[in-house]
Design a protein around this ligand. Sequence first.
Ligand SMILES: Nc1ncnc2c1ncn2[C@@H]1O[C@H](COP(=O)(O)OP(=O)(O)O)[C@@H](O)[C@H]1O
Ligand SMILES: Cc1ncsc1CCOP(=O)(O)O
Ligand SMILES: [Mg+2]
Length: 263
Amino acid sequence: MEQISALLTRLKTQSPLVQSITNYVVMNNTANALLAAGASPIMAHAQPEVKDMVNIVGALVVNIGTLDEYWSESMLQAAAHAYTIQKPWLLDPVGAGATPYRNELLSKLLQFQPSVIRGNASEIMSLASVNIKSKGVDSTNSSDEALEAGTQLSKQTGAVVVISGEVDYIIDRERIAKVKNGNAIMSKVTGLGCTASALTGAMIAIEKDRFLASTAAMALMGVAGDIAAEKANGPGTLQLHFYDALYNLKSEEFEERMIVSYP
Ligand SMILES: Nc1ncnc2c1ncn2[C@@H]1O[C@H](COP(=O)(O)OP(=O)(O)O)[C@@H](O)[C@H]1O
Ligand SMILES: Cc1ncsc1CCOP(=O)(O)O
Ligand SMILES: [Mg+2]
């Protein structure tokens, strides 16, 4: 727990630059969450600069939420370059399994060996080729149901796999962590999964142990969600209190509130 809470302090002091190639829905709320948590966001997808940008950032986040032909090519170029120069990068497979187009791009992106894959249960099951019917960007499965698929996906890809939901699982080849923080109202605010991915991007920028970094990011999401839910009257105020919680959280309260176990 101490190691996890120390990462929050390091995030705020080191303020890593995090590049996102992400969807139109969440550009604003993920940039604000990164800032509130202490990191520095840059959203950049233009092909003439994408490699130069990957060179200077601490980590790259690729989120396929509102993909199109141009953006897909930018994502492939960025991921390929991150792979070549060994820059940590995270894949958020938004809507995996919803359409063949998404699946084709995802299988190409996986060739560039993401450091972390963070998705909801349905997305992780789809990526691991479990035959599920995807409803779109929201999960129709629980993270418990996806645990086996997540373990398999981590073995297949070498990535740390994060399954978010009522409980979050963080999985690598040898370890599993479980984060029990968070509140159901979080699923009524769009882009909190993408925020989890962005914050995980920030943590892998400052910590080489991707499993520890991902666990810290999901604990941070959950604890900030808990604090925000105590104050909010609904999804609108939850989003606002969530930023404030990220901004104000100190390592002592983080450590007290986190419910992390290694089952
Ligand atoms: N029922 C829930 N109880 C507690 N936390 C939740 C719940 N649903 C989602 N969360 C939290 O909300 C964030 C977004 O997760 P999720 O909704 O699974 O992602 P996505 O938006 O990609 O589907 C995560 O931090 C997760 O822990
Ligand atoms: C609604 C929607 N449509 C395409 S991307 C997107 C946002 C998804 O965000 P999240 O997966 O974090 O809920
Ligand atoms: Mg999502």
